[in-house]
Design a protein around this ligand. Structure first.
Ligand code: ASP
Length: 439
């Protein structure tokens, strides 16, 4: 059994957190490959080391004195080293970093030092081998990620050893220029390592006990999802639920490796297992409920539009020409409605309307803003009758008017559109009926 364990920034923000992480790793011999993030926040208005590095480098680029900022970063690491009673020194490393900042070596290089240094400390503390991500995570010249070479390099360099620390978030081009993934990218590194070493499990340790059934800012103490499929996860993350970097899914998914989201601060919790498929029956009919606010609906009406060939295409091409992405498209007999994101639509509103009038000569076009979409997602819905009925009765009891409904043909999700002011009440009502009263 081989496991890749990735620890997020808050799991590595202080010496105390490092100790918890080490206990977790030592508790299971199969936790062989460790991917650390940079130190995150120790308390809510603390600053992540990655952000400190960006600021510090920004000063270097503008040729301002950055020594104070660099000292503050060094102090964050020194606090960890002292707290762990390690005897390593980062003096030389910081001297190199200072010189490179002066040379304006690159923003990605600057950000990557957060993970690099944390990896060094982690390896020293665990007695594991340090493998610099710059040597194994390969990018092309244009910062394009090269998966094939990366997997090959990782397989050669990491797979043989036991007890390896590979810092997350960055890699390098062949000539050694450091390139980072987008923010939160250590998740991707972990996934790539898991793929390359044929891991049995990719454990992603963070500060929550997995994906929650609903947003904790809306529902009080929502339960965690025990098992979720990749497809369900995609539906929920599309609606804004996120714990994991989206690009972290693909490498492990294609290799059939499950991801287990775990909580460093509550290691006894099982967390959420993300799998390709499962015969495990979900505990509730719905796996998760997620929603996003800030949509506009554009309803186009024209008598006999259904028999007009090419009508929908012409309307949609107006949005395409204006570079606006369409989110949903429920339709009636002589109406079609297009849901778009308000931010993207607002500034181009008049162009789009003019375009629609020109393209299809509608009888009427109606706009409605301040709409929210809520996705009720669950593989359990396919086998259950009356899910839609329960959704509507829950919403009706909460005095919420449903503006739109869209059920995917996979029967994996039902999306309802409600007014902005009903958004939170709707999510609470749905959580209550499916989870609390378990109907
Ligand atoms: N440290 C980086 C960030 O803050 C990458 C990561 O944590 O995954 O985005």
């Amino acid at each position: 059994m081989k496991k890749v364990v990735k620890f997020g920034g808050s799991s590595l923000a202080s010496a105390g957190q490092f100790q918890k992480v080490a206990r977790i790793i030592r508790a299971d011999k199969s936790r062989i490959y460790v991917v650390p993030s940079a130190p995150g926040k120790r308390f809510s208005d603390d600053t992540k080391v990655t952000d400190m590095l960006y600021t510090c480098y920004g000063r270097a680029v503008r040729e301002k004195d950055f020594s104070g900022q660099l000292e503050a970063i060094k102090a964050r690491y020194q606090e960890i080293i002292d707290g762990l009673k390690l005897s390593i020194s980062l003096d030389e490393e910081f001297e190199i970093i200072r010189e490179n900042f002066q040379k304006k070596i690159g923003r990605d290089y600057a950000a990557s030092r957060g993970e690099y240094l944390n990896g060094k400390i982690m390896a020293a503390y665990l007695g594991f081998t340090f493998l610099d991500a710059a040597e194994v995570i390969r990018f092309q010249k244009e910062k394009e990620f090269n998966e094939e070479t990366t997997v090959q390099l990782l397989a050669e360099r990491a797979a043989q050893s036991s007890g390896v620390v590979i810092p997350g978030f960055y890699g390098a081009t062949e000539d050694g220029t450091i390139v980072t993934f987008s923010r939160g990218g250590s998740d991707i590194t972990g996934s790539l390592v898991a793929l390359a070493v044929h891991a049995d499990l990719y454990e992603n340790w963070t500060d929550v006990s997995g994906f929650l059934i609903a947003d904790p800012r809306i529902v009080q103490n929502p339960k965690a999802i025990e098992t979720i499929t990749y497809k369900e996860l995609r539906e929920l993350s599309y609606m804004g639920a996120s714990v994991l970097h989206e690009d972290a899914i693909f490498p492990v998914r294609k290799a059939g490796i499950p991801i287990n989201i775990r909580n460093t601060n509550q290691p006894e919790d099982k967390g959420t297992l993300i799998v390709e498929g499962t015969c495990r029956k979900p505990r509730y009919t719905v796996t998760g409920i997620a929603g996003t606010d800030g949509f506009v609906s554009v309803t186009v009406e024209k008598a006999m539009m259904n028999s007009e060939i090419g009508f929908c295409r012409k309307v949609l091409s107006v949005f395409e020409d204006n570079d606006i992405s369409i989110e949903h498209m429920p339709s009636g007999i002589d109406t079609m409605t297009i849901f778009v994101q308000k931010d993207a639509f607002e500034e181009k509103e008049q162009q789009v309307l003019a375009g629609i009038y020109k393209a299809v000569q509608p009888d009427h076009v109606e706009l409605e803003s301040d709409l929210a979409l809520i996705a009720i997602v669950g593989r359990g819905m396919r086998a259950t009758r009356g899910t839609a009925g329960r959704i509507f009765s829950a919403l009706a009891h909460a005095h919420i008017n449903v503006k739109m409904i869209d059920q995917g043909s996979s029967e994996l999700n039902i999306i309802v559109g409600v007014r902005h002011e009903d958004f939170k009440t709707a999510i609470r009502a749905l959580y209550e009926i499916f989870v609390e009263t378990r109907l």
